[in-house]
Write a protein that binds this ligand. Structure first.
Ligand SMILES: Cc1cc2nc3c(=O)[nH]c(=O)nc-3n(C[C@H](O)[C@H](O)[C@H](O)COP(=O)(O)OP(=O)(O)OC[C@H]3O[C@@H](n4cnc5c(N)ncnc54)[C@H](O)[C@@H]3O)c2cc1C
Length: 452
């Protein structure tokens, strides 16, 4: 039985970080009877997905949604451990565009594009000409497109079709088409294709708070003899003769282990957790190239009235600051106290703008103006607002040349027992889905090492 030898050794596998990547890896390992100890530096599990309670509302760390619903890598991890029923999911499928004149239904699948009222019929045909071959190509073929920008195929399109791509890129990548790799876009379209076993549906934890997913995973890990330890930052990974032999905790104690899995952005970890000389300069340079991330401003608004029954609205056409309006209380009422409604409005910004309170204030003012134009009841219903900015959305942007196999590898040749997972490591998918996907891909390699 793989891992049997390791079970007999009393040293646990150590995972650094309790975000979706670290916890997914933990779930897969304890499911194979491997003892793991997860060390998380913050007070909560969830990493970038952790939420807070504010004025009796559950506020996510920016808007979070699970792409590919029950076809997501997160769901696959839970199914593998038989714990998927512990996470009740609300479907997010009532999505619309707003073009200044009215609302238009967002296409759920490729075939819906023919009926999409947002754009003229002729533009729908040119969209299908691009999307259909993508939806039916193979995952292997998409690798040939990884270094090509999405705009290579969209640049000749008319204005109407281009705004469709703008909205899809906002929904899927919180970014604009010029930053997206054609290969990554094509994989997303394949995974959304029901004829290829995919789905374009999204989901959100029915109990409210995206970190519910991490809590379910952490509970499962704790039910075994394994542990998830909070407020325990790891200072260093100790390596001797090309082999991991322990971790150094914040109080400088050494905990022995033969296997460490790092689950936070690799370009930070390789510069923080290791003595000089472990990685050569070329490798460090290559991994540091990944340190490019999308930044966003997102504003929570609490309202005393329901101003729309839709779940998500994408303002398109004009230069709206509000790129996506997410009516979270319409996805699940559990996020808000009775009689109150929560929404979050987001827009991508330049990383340096995240530190500029005046710029953020300007964005919030523009968003509020737009919301009252679209929804005349918005002003009278507004109870409070709370703006936040994030520099690190996904660990790696979906830029050409920085996706899929160009990301951080799960293991390195010169150090035995050292693994990397999380959204900066080899994986495709969106945010949390890619963090879980990396864990699924790394799992057999970790098991092979443990069974040696
Ligand atoms: C505003 C915003 C909106 C987003 N929207 C979506 C969305 O809609 N859908 C989606 O799927 N994804 C979304 N994402 C992206 C998603 O949150 C991330 O891709 C995902 O959570 C990454 O998971 P991870 O486990 O790789 O890393 P993380 O979540 O960053 O987890 C790493 C963990 O490691 C811990 N850690 C770091 N250093 C140490 C140390 N030395 N010792 C111990 N612990 C340490 C950190 O505290 C953290 O908890 C969004 C992100 C943001 C910020």
């Amino acid at each position: 039985m793989p891992g049997l030898f390791y079970i007999m050794s009393n040293k646990p596998v150590v995972i650094i970080g309790a975000g979706i990547g670290g916890l997914s890896t933990g779930v897969l390992l304890v499911n194979r009877d491997i003892k793991v100890e997860i060390f998380e530096k913050s007070k909560k599990v969830g990493g970038r997905t952790s939420s807070v309670t504010y004025r009796n509302h559950i506020l996510d760390n920016g808007f979070h949604i699970m792409p590919f619903y029950k076809k997501s890598a997160i769901y696959d991890v839970m199914k593998e451990a038989n714990i998927e029923s512990r996470l009740k999911l609300a479907i997010v499928s009532d999505i619309a565009f707003y073009d200044g004149a009215g609302f238009h239904k967002y296409p759920k699948g490729i075939t819906d594009i023919l009926q999409m009222s947002l754009i003229p019929f002729k533009s729908r045909l040119s969209l299908l000409k691009i999307l259909l071959p993508m939806a039916f190509t193979s995952m292997e073929k998409t690798e040939e497109l990884d270094k090509i920008p999405l705009t290579e195929v969209t640049r000749k399109l008319d204005y109407h079709s281009k705004r469709f791509f703008d909205a899809v890129c906002m929904l899927a990548f919180a970014d604009t088409p010029d930053h997206i790799s054609l290969g990554e876009f094509a994989r997303t379209i394949i995974r959304a294709n029901p004829f290829k076993g995919g789905t374009s549906e999204f989901a959100y934890p029915d109990m409210g708070g995206y970190d519910r997913i991490s809590q379910v995973m952490a509970d499962y890990i704790r039910e075994t003899k394994s542990g998830v330890h909070l407020e325990k930052p790891i200072k260093k990974i100790s390596i001797s003769d090309g082999k991991v032999n322990g971790i150094i905790l914040n109080d400088d104690t050494l905990m022995e282990t033969d296997c460490v899995i790092v689950s936070y952005p690799a370009y930070h970890a390789i510069n923080q957790l290791f003595d000089d000389g472990i990685f050569d300069n070329e490798f460090i340079k290559k991994i540091n190239r990944l340190d490019k991330t999308t930044s966003v401003v997102e504003v929570h608004f609490a309202l005393s009235k329901k101003i729309d029954s839709r779940q998500v609205v994408f303002p398109v056409g004009k230069d709206y600051a509000s790129k996506g309006i997410f009516f979270i209380s319409n996805i699940t009422p559990s996020v808000s106290p009775p009689g109150e409604h929560l929404l979050i409005v987001g827009t991508p910004i330049k990383p340096e703008e995240t530190d500029n309170p005046l710029r953020i204030k300007e964005i919030v003012t523009q968003m509020k103006q737009e919301l009252s134009e679209i929804y005349p009841e918005f002003d009278s219903a507004l109870l409070w607002e709370r703006a936040m900015a994030w520099k690190l959305v996904e660990a790696v942007v979906k830029e050409p040349g920085l996706v899929w196999k160009n990301k951080m590898p799960h293991s390195v040749e010169n150090v035995d027992g050292l693994f990397f997972v999380g959204d900066s490591t080899i994986s495709y998918g969106i945010g949390t889905d890619s963090a879980a996907h990396s864990s699924i891909l790394a799992h057999p390699k970790i098991m092979e090492y443990l069974s040696k």
